[in-house]
Write a protein that binds this ligand. Sequence first.
Ligand SMILES: Cc1ncc(C[n+]2csc(CCOP(=O)(O)OP(=O)(O)O)c2C)c(N)n1
Ligand SMILES: [Mg+2]
Length: 422
Amino acid sequence: MTDARRSNLPPLSLHVPEPRFRPGDEVDFGDIAVPPAGAARRPDTADPASSFHELAYSLVRVLDDEGRAVGPWDPRLSPDTLRAMLRDMALTRAFDERMFRAQRQGKTSFYMKSTGEEAVAVAAAHALASDDMCFPSYRQQGILIARGHPLAGLMNQIYSNKGDTLKGRQLPIMYSARDYGFFSISGNLTTQYPQAVGWAMASAAKGDSRIAATWCGEGSTAEGDFHSALTFATVYRAPVIFNVVNNQWAISSFSGFAGAEATTFAARAIGYGIAGLRVDGNDPLAVHAATQWAAERARTNQGPTLIEHFTYRAEGHSTSDDPSAYRSAQEYSHWPLGDPVVRLKQHLIAIGEWDAERHAAMDLECAERVKAAQKEAEKNGILGHGMHQPFETMFEGVFEEMPWHLKEQCQQMIDERKAAGI
Ligand SMILES: Cc1ncc(C[n+]2csc(CCOP(=O)(O)OP(=O)(O)O)c2C)c(N)n1
Ligand SMILES: [Mg+2]
């Protein structure tokens, strides 16, 4: 029973976040603050995290609307590096297109694109050392592509075929590539965060010089692992870069459900005493510069940095998703930060190092490379062709010596499959 003394008090109401635009709605992103390129200051990498809190609430941007690189964050990359970044982003996009289509053709069960957010992975990979250790989520295939992983090898994993080095034990796209400094992707969101911190702490404890970088989506910051990772990282000043890819959506939940109505994701860093930067995630030069800055802090024992990449998920969450059911189709075309591939192309043209013909030739070359890789991978089989690893391999690789009960289960499976004629 309600206490009579409370009868004069106004009733409480629960706030339930609601996205601003739903299917069919006119989209107006006019209230998203987009500061001019070049406006954010660039602190010295030795400055204490407490001295640049404002950078967690602004937006580090380098490329202006004319495609010029301006301000203190301009990483001053050579034209060759800029062209390599452009190619890696275009190749990632071409790969995504082809593999999305392969899923629709029934060649694999599942795929996830990174369209519109390629800069977050590719520019970071170019800024890190090639042997720094990456702990990605499922949307940073651009790292593997930028680090030169053979495309056919990725496709073998997507097809779970006999060439799949993971032997079909992982969901398609959940790669693991030790030789490319790419930790096994886990479907359980944000587990990579504490893993990255543990790896970074070990690197520091051993007196190594390699650092760790990890990525998660904005929705994943709601996981407990995110917060325990940040606590360990600040306590031990772990040499790690935390990337939060704020692409506005977590499947059908908008960023408000992870706290975006109240503050920025970069501002999470402040409560932990960690350096926080909020960056235009569709500006490859800004992503490169921020990563390089954070890497320098980590390498000089200044500890962790959290970078929020403000971007937009241009396509569905995965091949199992239909975004037209929950968001306005206008959102991507109205997104105020544009497309990272187009922006870097415009920059290269503006500095006289690129043109429309070379761009068209590059697109064609990327499409051809992906097509050739697909042909090679499909020789090893596609979904349903039976050219996968032998079934009994699913019991291997966990224990050095297979325990008796697994041997029994394996034999039972072999017998039952034989009896069923498969
Ligand atoms: C612990 C856990 N909870 C829920 C899920 C289901 N799930 C998979 S992806 C996803 C959305 C994640 O969104 P976000 O972190 O923003 O990353 P994005 O997909 O946008 O890159 C959810 C809820 C999961 N895989 N693991
Ligand atoms: Mg997201």
